[in-house]
Ligand binder design. Structure first.
Ligand code: AMP
Length: 211
C-alpha cells in the first residue's frame, strides 16, 4: 500500500491534484480540510469547536486532526494506496502519520514561490458543495456559472478564502508547516515539483515520480 503525501502552501494545488490522482490510480484521497469542513457543515461537536479556528486561518489542534485521520487510514477502507491532502501540517502530525499503515511512502512538495499567484488563485476559487470539485473563476471556470460541471451541485466560496484568512494561513504555513519538509527530506522520500505551471504539466511530473 502506497502513501502519497501532497505537501505545499494553501493554493499550491493539493486539492485539485489529489482529486485527479484519486481517480487515475484508484487511490483514496484523505483531505483533512474536507473532513473538517464536513464536521462544520453537520454542526457536530467537533465542528462547533473548530468553526472559528478555520475561519481565522489557524490550525485545528493536533489531537482532533490526528483522531480524524486515524479513523480513515484503515486497511478496510484503503486497498491500493492513499493520498494525504493537507496532512501533516505539524511535526507532531508527521510523526504520527509515519506510524500509520503504508508499505511505501512518497512525499511530493508542490512548490509555488510567488505569493501573489497563491492569493489570486484562492480569491477566485469556488468549490462544489456536493462533490468537493474545485473550480476557478479565472483559470478553470465551470461551464455554467455557479454550477458544478461534474455533479450539478452548487459552487461556493470557502469561508476562509478571504484576504485576511489567506494571509494568516500563509503565515501559519511558513512558520509551522513548511519546516517539516526537512523531515521528509531526511527520510529520503521528498520530491519537489514546480506547481506554478499548468495542472497538466504538474501531473506529468508526478506521473514520472510515481513510475
Ligand atoms: P485546507 O482545506 O487543507 O486548506 O484546510 C482548511 C483548514 O482546515 C485549515 O486552514 C485548518 O484550519 C484546518 N486543517 C486542515 N488540515 C489540518 C491539519 N492537518 N492540521 C490542522 N488544521 C488543519
Amino acid at each position: 500500500m502506497l502513501r502519497i503525501i501532497l505537501f505545499g502552501a494553501p493554493g499550491a494545488g493539493k486539492g485539485t491534484i489529489s482529486g485527479i490522482l484519486e481517480k487515475k490510480y484508484n487511490y483514496k484521497k484523505i483531505s483533512t480540510g474536507d473532513l473538517i469542513r464536513d464536521e462544520v457543515r453537520s454542526n457536530s461537536i467537533i465542528g462547533e469547536k473548530v468553526r472559528s479556528v478555520i475561519d481565522k486561518g489557524e490550525l485545528v489542534s493536533d489531537d482532533i486532526i490526528i483522531e480524524i485521520v486515524k479513523k480513515r487510514i484503515t486497511s478496510e477502507y484503503i486497498s491500493e494506496g492513499y493520498i494525504m491532502d493537507g496532512f501533516p501540517r505539524t511535526i507532531i502530525q508527521a510523526k504520527e502519520l509515519s506510524k500509520m499503515v503504508a508499505d511505501r511512502e512518497v512525499a511530493i512538495y508542490l512548490k509555488v514561490e510567488d505569493e501573489k499567484v497563491i492569493i489570486n488563485r484562492l480569491l477566485s476559487r469556488v468549490i462544489c458543495n456536493n462533490c468537493g470539485a474545485i473550480f476557478n473563476a479565472k483559470n478553470k471556470p465551470p461551464k455554467k456559472e455557479g454550477i458544478c460541471d461534474i455533479c450539478g451541485g452548487i459552487l461556493e466560496k470557502r469561508t476562509d478564502d478571504n484576504e485576511g484568512a489567506i494571509r494568516e494561513r500563509l503565515r501559519v504555513y511558513r512558520e509551522i508547516t513548511e519546516p517539516i519538509i526537512n523531515y521528509y527530506e531526511d527520510k529520503g522520500v521528498l520530491n519537489r515539483v514546480d506547481a506554478s505551471i499548468s495542472v497538466r504539466e504538474v501531473l506529468k511530473k508526478i506521473g514520472e515520480i510515481l513510475n
